[in-house]
Design a protein around this ligand. Structure first.
Ligand SMILES: *Cc1c(COP(=O)(O)O)cnc(C)c1O
Length: 228
């Protein structure tokens, strides 16, 4: 199956207008993305640098590419010229590299700080203390434009666990927004801050918990054959 526009339309109708839908196109062919683009979908998510580069090369240049995978520091330079939003910034080292590459290009690169909320050790992200220490240092990295936070809930059927993890992230988000408003009253606009949480299986819970950006793949493009 290729892009399911009916499903996308339903999703758009059901969600509040301020929620951005990122169509996660990882592993899907360029033709599926072109099809979705022709139907006015502009936000796509990828998790491998090489795959993103190939797709960016082949597809219209007004697509907004979201990098949703774990980004290695040495690969920032490849996506820096065009990426719309990097979702998974999980260390100051990565933030510093994004700033460095943005500075070279004189381009502010949008990014989200990834917070670890899941029980699983395997998921990336920082805790609330690391977040607070990074927030103080943002003026050192003016070319890394931190727009908000991102997180992934545990891979579980248990809705209560998912809900408590998303609620936790929303609490961190609200307090970070409050801190930011105090630290940078002239430049920070809390109403524009992004909270990226929710995937095909758990987006309704994420929305109920305050998400304003969801990353959905399988419900729009069908199941992926591999596990990425
Ligand atoms: C693959 C992926 C998604 C989309 O997952 P679906 O279950 O297909 O909706 C969302 N976020 C991240 C970080 C992903 O890697």
């Amino acid at each position: 199956m290729s892009f399911n526009f009916e499903q996308y339309g339903k999703l758009k109708n059901e969600l509040p207008a301020e929620v951005t839908i990122v169509a996660v196109s990882k592993t899907k062919p360029i033709s599926d993305i072109q099809e979705a683009y022709n139907l006015a979908v502009l936000d796509f998510g990828e998790n491998y640098v090489q795959e993103l580069l190939d797709k960016h090369e082949a597809l219209p240049k007004d697509i907004r590419w979201h990098f949703i995978g774990h980004l290695q520091t040495n690969k920032v330079k490849y996506i820096a010229p065009f990426v719309h939003l990097i979702h998974g910034v999980d260390s100051e080292k990565l933030l510093a590299e994004i700033d460095k590459q943005g500075r070279k290009l004189n381009r502010k690169i949008n990014c989200l700080l990834q917070i670890h909320i899941a029980k699983e050790e395997t998921k990336f992200g920082m805790d609330a203390n690391e977040l607070n220490s990074i927030l103080q240092k943002l003026p050192i990295y003016p070319f890394a434009n931190v727009c908000g936070l991102m997180g992934m809930a545990s891979f579980t059927e248990d809705k209560q666990i998912i809900e408590s993890e998303f609620t936790h992230l929303h609490t961190i988000f609200k307090s970070a927004c409050a801190n930011f408003t105090t630290l940078y009253p002239n430049t920070f606009k809390p109403e524009t801050a992004i909270l990226s949480m929710g995937m095909s299986a758990d987006y309704p819970i994420a929305i109920a918990c305050g998400s304003n950006m969801i990353r959905v793949g399988s419900m729009l493009f069908g199941n992926r054959s591999n596990i990425s």
